[in-house]
Design a protein around this ligand. Structure first.
Ligand code: SF4
Length: 409
């Protein structure tokens, strides 16, 4: 098979992995400059926060497993291809030299068995680092079920590693990916997190400690394939952040790309649901919320009409309004419309004088959403609502996402 043909099959097969976010463009070249269609190029963020373009491909879309939701599943009739390690390394270097990309994002179906597949991925990374002296960014998937030594070896060659958990509960994994075991997915995650801690410790005494996945580890979860509610997903994400020190959990709304008896009745998950889960995830990581505060048995799913923080504030409106001149940083972070930048600006500015609404305006702090939850120097400028439902309507009108469904790809 020609290399171009392999590239076409294996970039298309990689597009459902959302750890890189900008693939899936449908814009073809109609005589002008560039072609966003079968480029296989996506973007990600490096350790220092730079946006980088990556060659995003699968090593192979052959797979011994038969996950119900996956386009590459064993029983799906689709064109198959596999690169050799040298082909991937040369493609990466050639694309890099032409300035198309700054790095590689490589995932794979499971060829023969997990260890064999990992060995192929390691060989790609080894060729790039040792033969081609490639110092660009490399993100690869670890194959669940592979041996510890291989995970460790790969971790020393690449910048970021992911093990896709795919489904948030053991029940949904057993139903939709019966060949996979939760323990096979969590084991490499645990190895990576332990190795990250050990590397950080070693660095304190040994300056030249070899790098181990310096951009951390990530995972991906599919939303809506196994009938889970948002609470299952957020609880799982919270435990992954706490127990395995994950850098990011990516979420992907389920798309029924392949027919199967289990997925036939499951509709495509609304992208707005995915968006709300991302907002909830953000609240866990940066705003000091716990999953339990945001979702519970009574309310297991996010309100699609209102962002999770505003929804939480309305549900706890009895704790508001808070006075911005006295509130702690943590309290300010819970005010809808306020984030880290505003909270820091407020705390810094009020050291010198009590803040007023004019003072907030001078600090370029918008109170459009926050005004219903704060007083400023004793002054309340929010609405005189009579019920939580009324306040939800007011806040919903200010939520740009509450009114429209996003398009997929
Ligand atoms: S192991 Fe990965 S590639 Fe193979 S069927 Fe499952 S999700 Fe698809």
């Amino acid at each position: 098979m020609e290399l171009n043909e392999k590239l076409e099959i294996l970039t298309d097969a990689a597009k459902y992995d959302v750890s890189c976010s900008s693939s899936g463009s449908s814009r073809r070249n109609k005589g002008g400059l560039g072609n966003g269609h079968i480029s296989g190029i996506c973007h990600s963020w490096s350790e220092d926060g730079r946006c980088i373009s990556l060659l995003k491909i699968l090593y192979t879309n052959h797979c011994i497993y038969d996950c119900e939701y996956c386009i590459n599943r064993r029983s799906h009739d689709t064109p198959r291809a596999a690169f050799t390690p040298r082909e991937v390394a040369e493609l990466t270097v050639n694309f890099y030299k032409r300035n198309y990309i700054e790095g590689l994002f490589l995932s794979s179906g499971v060829l023969r068995n997990p260890d064999y597949t990992m060995e192929q991925l390691i060989e790609v990374a080894r060729l790039l680092r040792e033969e081609y002296r490639f110092n660009g960014y490399i993100h690869m998937k670890a194959i669940p079920g592979c041996s510890e030594a291989l995970t460790y070896r790969l971790g020393h060659l690449i910048d970021r590693m992911s093990v896709n958990i795919e489904l948030p509960t053991r029940r949904s994994l057993a139903l939709l990916a019966p060949d996979k075991k939760y323990s096979d997915i969590l084991r490499p995650m645990s190895q990576v997190s332990r190795a990250l801690v050990a590397t950080a410790d070693a660095k304190k005494t040994l300056k030249h400690t070899p790098k181990f996945v310096p951009a951390g580890q990530t995972t991906q979860m599919i939303i809506g394939a196994g009938g889970e509610d948002d609470r299952d997903i957020l609880n799982r994400a919270e435990s992954l952040y706490k127990d395995y020190a994950l850098k990011r959990v990516y979420y992907s709304a389920f798309v029924p790309v392949v027919k199967s008896p289990y997925t036939a009745g499951i509709a495509k998950a609304p992208l707005l649901r995915e968006h709300r889960i991302y907002q909830g995830d953000w609240l866990l990581r940066f705003y000091g919320f716990s999953a339990q505060e945001l979702l519970n048995e009574r309310t297991p799913n996010f309100n699609l009409a209102l962002d999770p923080k505003a929804n939480w504030a309305v549900e706890h409106v009895e704790n508001f309004p808070i006075e911005v001149n006295r509130a702690t940083y943590e309290e300010l972070m819970r005010v809808p419309g306020f984030g880290r930048t505003y909270a820091r600006r407020i705390i810094q500015a009020r050291k010198f004088a009590a803040l007023t609404y004019d003072g907030l305006e001078a600090l370029k702090i918008s109170t459009k959403r926050a005004k219903h939850f704060i007083t400023v120097n004793g002054v309340y400028r929010g609405s005189r609502f009579t019920s939580k439902a009324e306040l939800k309507t007011i806040m919903g009108a200010l939520d740009p996402m509450g009114r429209e469904q996003l398009s997929f790809f």
